[in-house]
Ligand binder design. Sequence first.
Ligand code: AHM
Length: 335
Amino acid sequence: MSFKTIDRHIIDMERTHPEATGELSGLLTDIALAGKIIGHEVNRAGLVDVLGLTGTENVHGEAVKKLDIFSHDTLVNIISGGRGEIYMLGSEEMEHPLSLKDTIPGGKYIINFDPLDGSSNIDANVSVGTIFSILRKYPNANVSETDMCRQRGIQQVAAGYIIYGSSTMFVYTAGQGVHGFTLDPGLGEFILSHEHIQTPKRGKMYSINEGNSNKWNDGVRRYISYLKEDNSADKRPYSARYIGSLVADFHRNLLYGGIFLYPEDKTNPEGKLRLLYEANPLAMLIEHAGGLASDGHRRILEIDPADLHQRVPLIIGSQYDVELACKFIQGKIST
Ligand code: AHM
């Protein structure tokens, strides 16, 4: 049985690039370390009431932080205290990007992340996740600092997520396939468990918040009705699976195939999910796994971002399913 830790895997990948300096590898290793610490805290979340930690201070007299703030702080501390790779970071928890150029001279990477997506689900023991996107600093000195974070998804050099579920998993791509590592809690190591993940070309499941159906546009409404029609020759109806926690919904569909949609609707005309630290990293992963990601009209990875926290409609998953959904949304199919 082959047994490979994430550190070993990252180093092996780096060796295929003789020009690599090890900085990206160091950054990925730092993110994996942050994931272990966040995962440990997420797993203890259910004990908070039992241990009497619900006030503003815990039993040690320390202030209790909300888990999403704890996750943000953990990532910032580990990344900015790492091997000096980071020029700037953007987080869902900060209004503006944080420049590290004065503390870490020479940093050449930018990281955008959602430290703990789906955190409103934690009390119900639902899986949550950390999502990250890594970009290179523009070599062009004329680009403003804020613009550094706002690059198209196609510019990402690596992307991934850590899912805190029945087990903790680290899933990433640096452009050479999508690989998944499962945390062995006894060893405290992420072990390669899913090498070269490919998502099925067509799935059997759809994931969307159907409570919003009265607010959808006609294309989305018709597509979802189509998926529910009885047509065994065409492998319909599809099954509905919606957790309401993006990483968990995405991870299931990545492994089993299917489509996830958070389209624009009357309440969320831009969609709900964030382009730079939710849609772009998941789009890079799905494309490297053989799937697609679109806003209904455009490839997610080619959208020009205007703002760090910009929202975008997201249709992501198996190639066949995303292509068909986009045809409905664009009015090319109207059955
Ligand atoms: P948040 O930014 O308020 O945490 O919301 C993000 C979450 C995603 O994890 C999930 O895909 C989506 O919101 C679910 O939204 P809804 O409850 O509207 O279906």
